[in-house]
Design a binder for this molecule. Structure first.
Ligand SMILES: NC(=O)c1ccc[n+]([C@@H]2O[C@H](COP(=O)([O-])OP(=O)(O)OC[C@H]3O[C@@H](n4cnc5c(N)ncnc54)[C@H](O)[C@@H]3O)[C@@H](O)[C@H]2O)c1
Ligand SMILES: O=c1ccn([C@@H]2O[C@H](COP(=O)(O)OP(=O)(O)O[C@H]3O[C@H](CO)[C@@H](O)[C@H](O)[C@H]3O)[C@@H](O)[C@H]2O)c(=O)[nH]1
Length: 330
């Protein structure tokens, strides 16, 4: 793809900062907008222009002020458990905010949109691996808010000629190019387990040991964030006006929470204390992706599907945070 100008929402967050790094490496011009609600200003990659603000408040002015070739929309509230407790944060922060962005995209005539959708749109699947034709029955308000946005995007694509793509990520992990998981408050399994290895936390809580899985803990499909970033570049290249493409992205293999903890022990060479805890509200038992559609239609070719490689890259990044993590936990 020749050099283009892109607006990245949520580029101070985990996935957005890695994708921005990859886009800059490929010579594109990137403007990041982020309100730092869960991200960090220092995570915005050098070389990107940074606008601090709420997407809903600034999108219209940004997109109408100068020509953009596309928007990559990562900015969202995205915690399953929190969404059960505070659904208002998800309907407002995800749906209302994205509707404002879609209007800014329409009014400015911005031609392309790539949206961070999620495996959580499917809910508890009837069978795995999950294809894009599986029923969408979200088990939490987070997944429901993302599914509502997918529907809104479809209608904008069909009515207004937008070239739109929703990428339904499974569980993203790993690090790339000095960018990784470094949220204000961390709740994700792999970074938390690695913080135990680093001595920043005492133990990891295992949420649910009575799931109908091989060891009783929940199964997830972990995808390397660099493979995910590559899929975004392909989505920008391959999208067509008036069409909304929806693609699952995962490694195609499921790992239980206990298997992830074992992988972290293997990679770090350190023991990790785990404590059994009740199930977390809103969690499904098992999510495993079929990414066949992304492979055949986008030409996606994931290179880093091995769990130990994913954990190893995350571990290198976690160690690089070192004292900053200890300070944040004091
Ligand atoms: N991490 C995963 O495993 C995963 C899986 C599936 C989908 N997703 C989706 O990918 C996207 C990125 O996830 P992440 O893990 O990088 O999350 P993150 O919390 O690290 O990053 C989200 C970023 O968006 C910003 N943001 C949120 N609301 C905003 C608003 N209204 N205006 C401006 N900025 C705003 C936050 O400050 C943060 O920097 C999200 O849309 C999420 O739903 C993530
Ligand atoms: O301290 C912890 C944290 C998590 N888990 C479990 O580990 C698994 C993975 O949890 P987490 O890393 O929090 O990710 P998910 O809740 O599966 O959600 C991620 O993956 C989804 C796609 O599958 C995305 O939509 C979400 O945005 C993203 O946060 C789940 O079974 C959790 O219950 C624990 O047992 N202990």
């Amino acid at each position: 793809m020749s050099s283009v100008r892109l607006l990245v929402t949520g580029g101070a967050g985990y996935v957005g900062s890695v994708c921005t790094t990859v886009l800059l490496e490929q010579g594109h011009d990137v403007v990041v907008v982020d309100d730092l609600s869960t991200g960090n200003a220092e995570a915005v990659p050098t070389g990107a222009e940074f606008v601090e603000g709420d997407i809903a408040a600034v999108a219209d002015e940004l997109l109408s002020g100068s020509r953009f070739d596309g928007v990559l929309h990562f900015g969202a509230q995205s915690l399953v458990g929190e969404s059960v407790e505070f659904p208002e944060k998800y309907w407002q922060g995800n749906v209302v905010t994205t509707l404002a962005l879609l209007e800014a995209v329409r009014r400015s005539g911005t031609p392309r949109l790539v949206f961070s959708s999620t495996a959580a749109t499917y809910g508890e699947p009837d069978s795995v691996p999950i294809t894009e034709d599986a029923p969408t029955r979200p088990t939490n308000p987070y997944g429901a808010s993302k599914l509502a946005i997918d529907h809104a995007i479809s209608s904008y694509a069909h009515a207004h000629g937008l070239a739109a793509t929703s990428l339904r990520y499974f569980n993203v992990a790993g690090a790339y190019g000095g960018a990784g998981e470094n949220r204000v408050v961390e709740t994700h399994l792999i970074p938390l387990v690695l913080q135990v290895a680093l001595g920043v936390r005492d133990h990891i809580s295992v949420f649910g040991t009575d799931w109908p899985t091989k060891d009783g803990t929940a199964v997830r499909d972990y995808i390397h964030v660099k493979d995910l970033a590559d899929a975004h570049v392909l989505a920008l290249t391959k999208s067509e006006p008036g069409r909304h493409g929806i693609y699952n992205l995962g490694s195609g293999e499921g790992f239980t929470v206990r298997e992830v903890i074992s992988a972290c022990e293997r990679v770090t060479g350190l023991p990790i204390a785990a404590v059994d805890a009740p199930r977390r509200a809103g969690d499904p038992a098992e999510l495993i992706a079929s990414s066949s559609r992304a492979i055949s239609e986008l030409g996606w070719n994931p290179q880093h599907t091995d769990l130990d490689e994913i954990v190893s890259d995350a571990w290198e990044f976690t160690r690089s945070l070192g004292d900053r993590l200890h300070a944040a936990r004091r």
